[in-house]
Structure formats: structure tokens, C-alpha cells
Write a protein that binds this ligand. Structure first.
Ligand code: ASP
Length: 290
């Protein structure tokens, strides 16, 4: 029986689960520990996935999406297409804790941030500005074709079966301004219910959202599958229904309320970081084959 955190991608997943575990060890509740894990990555410009130094939209602005869910209360807080707010996962937390709402969008989310004393700032780093300028020059070619993106999503589980999920992203790089992906959308980018488990996603937001990968994975856990089978079934069903979804990587991962974890991807290339009672390991997740 254990406390488990699982997070996304080779570079960012490790500092995320490390910070979450430290925070949990020093007394934070499970959801706050996950929030702290994401804040650590958002604030570090070395990670171009989220927060400071995240890759911008086609106008050169970082439009951030974030959301989180508590599996006991089923409360959710999320923000989307919000510019210049750090840490944006904490803004989503404010929506959860201080409003009766689920999602606040765009400039009004920024106004909400200002009213709650958030730091409003330019989120570019040297790296994100350089990448944007390179993209402007090359435009339409390599990077558009390869859909540059990254998101950090984390799920957590503690005794006797409490689960949470949280997610923060700058979304697809060079996206159409105003585009929102799966990450702030409950059921798409994350879902948590103590009666079953928690799941989170990363990859091509349009595919993840249309196939509701996080909700499906949790519902599979509810029906009795373990976390690995639950994630695999959700991804296989997406690929079976729409084979072109295997051309780009989309991932769902999760932890059941019993503490077993799982992950599945539509193609090779995903690394999950897993922390079980403080022991942190990475796992390569092979693409699903039908
Ligand atoms: N799912 C995110 C989005 O489409 C991107 C990612 O996970 O890397 O906005």
C-alpha cells in the first residue's frame, strides 16, 4: 500500500514528481503536493513545456491552460488561454477553491489572477524567444509538421484510496491564438474519482479531447480493470476508431485507487516518471499495437 505520483515526459516528469513527493513529505495534502510539483516546472525556464519559457502561439504569446481535480469532492478548477500568469496551476486552484465554477477563460482569467495577487509577467525566456523567431523564419515547415508540444500532467494517490490529477501547459507551440486543447478540460486532460482512480493525458489535444482519454481510463478502472489495462484500452479504442490518431503521439496514464499505475501511448516515445513512496523511476512506454 503506497503513496504514488506519476508524471509526464523525460525532462520535466522527474523534477515534477520529486517536488510533489518532497512537498507531501513536508505535510502538504495530496492535491497541493501535485500543484507544487507543477509549480516547480512552471517556474524553471529550462522546461519549455509550461509556464516561464513555454513555447508561444503564432502571435508570440504564451497562452496557458491548466486544470486540477480532487477525487474526493469531485471539485475541479481550470483556466484556459490565459496570458502572463505564473504559476497558472495555482490560478486553476483558486478557481477550484474560491469560486463555484469549473473553468475561467482568457483575459477574464487574467483579471481574476490580478484580483488574487498573482504575478503578471512576460513569460518569454531567451530560448522561447529564439525558438519563436526561428519558427517565424521557417514557418509552416518542420516544426508545424511535427507539432511541437509538451505538457506536464501529474496524478497522485494516497491511502486509503484518495486520488487527484493536475495539468499545466502552454499547449501546442505556434498554435492559432485562442486555440485550447485537452489540458484544461476535465475528462479530457485529467480526471479523478476516489471510487475508481485518477488519469491524465498529454499529446495531441484535439485527439485526446475528442476521445476523452482521461475519463475513459478512469471509467475503465471503475469497471474493474487495473490502471495499465485501463489506459491501454482507452488508447486502443481511439486508434481502432480512428487509425490516423496513431500518427501522432497521444498518451493517457493513471493510478487506481488501489495504488497500481499504468500508461499507454498511441506511438513510441513517451517516458513516464513514477514515484512510489519516494522511490523514483522512469518507464518507457511503447506505442500500442492493435
Ligand atoms: N495536450 C496538449 C495540447 O494539445 C499538448 C501536450 O500535451 O503536449 O495542448
Amino acid at each position: 500500500m503506497s503513496t504514488v505520483f506519476v508524471s509526464t515526459w523525460l525532462d520535466a516528469g522527474k523534477p515534477c514528481v520529486q517536488r510533489a513527493w518532497q512537498s507531501y513529505q513536508s505535510g502538504s495534502d495530496l492535491l497541493t503536493a501535485c500543484e507544487e510539483g507543477l509549480i516547480a516546472v512552471e517556474q524553471d525556464p529550462a522546461y519549455q513545456a509550461i509556464g516561464l519559457g513555454g513555447l508561444p502561439n503564432a502571435d508570440g504569446d504564451q497562452e496557458l491552460d491548466a486544470g486540477l481535480m480532487d477525487g474526493t469532492t469531485l471539485k475541479v478548477g481550470a483556466v484556459c488561454a490565459v496570458r502572463g500568469v505564473l504559476p497558472v496551476i495555482s490560478l486553476a486552484r483558486k478557481v477550484m477553491d474560491e469560486t463555484p465554477h469549473v473553468l475561467i477563460a482568457g483575459d477574464q482569467a487574467r483579471r481574476f489572477a490580478e484580483q488574487h495577487g498573482f504575478e503578471i509577467r512576460n513569460l518569454h525566456s531567451e530560448n522561447s524567444l529564439k525558438k519563436f523567431n526561428d519558427w517565424r523564419l521557417l514557418r509552416r515547415e518542420a516544426e508545424v509538421a511535427h507539432l511541437t508540444h509538451d505538457t506536464v500532467t501529474i496524478v497522485g494517490r494516497e491511502e486509503p484510496g484518495h486520488v487527484v490529477a493536475a495539468c499545466s501547459t502552454s499547449g501546442l507551440a505556434w498554435k492559432l491564438p485562442g486555440r485550447v486543447g485537452d489540458s484544461p478540460i476535465v475528462g479530457a486532460g485529467y480526471y479523478a474519482d476516489d471510487e475508481a482512480g485518477a488519469a491524465g493525458a498529454t499529446g495531441l489535444g484535439e485527439d485526446i479531447w475528442r476521445h476523452m482519454l482521461s475519463y475513459r481510463a478512469v471509467e475503465n478502472m471503475r469497471s474493474g480493470m487495473n490502471a495499465m489495462e485501463s489506459c491501454q484500452e482507452a488508447v486502443r479504442r481511439m486508434i481502432r476508431r480512428e487509425p490516423r490518431t496513431a500518427e501522432h503521439i497521444s498518451v493517457v496514464f493513471g493510478v487506481s485507487n488501489k495504488g497500481d499505475w499504468g500508461a499507454a501511448a498511441s506511438k513510441d516515445g513517451f517516458t513516464a516518471w513514477v514515484c512510489i513512496d519516494g522511490l523514483i523511476e522512469s518507464h518507457q512506454i511503447p506505442g500500442e499495437k492493435l
